[in-house]
Design a binder for this molecule. Sequence first.
Ligand code: ZN
Length: 109
Amino acid sequence: MHELSLVEEILRISADASNGRPVTRVVLKVGQLSCVMPEALQFCFDSVKAGTVLQNATLELHSIPGRARCQDCGADYALEELYQPCACGSCRRTLVQGQELVIQTVECE
Ligand SMILES: [Zn+2]
């Protein structure tokens, strides 16, 4: 399961950042085009955190909408699906945001 290995990575990084102190909150930025299921991420987090410095921590997910810039007309537009063309019909675009999966904050006691 994709999400499980992601959560293990999040746990490892957060534990490193906390220096052994109990972690209270982890804030994660999740791009809407990152192919990650927020529910699955939350579920894995809750099942893996027991017995770690994160056992009382909550996972907060901040969703980042997809955006792209058209290489033909220069428009900046919202991208709901990865292969959505620009309003001008062009499919040549640069992804601006929406595929990230980053730890934004790790809060400790
Ligand atoms: Zn365009």
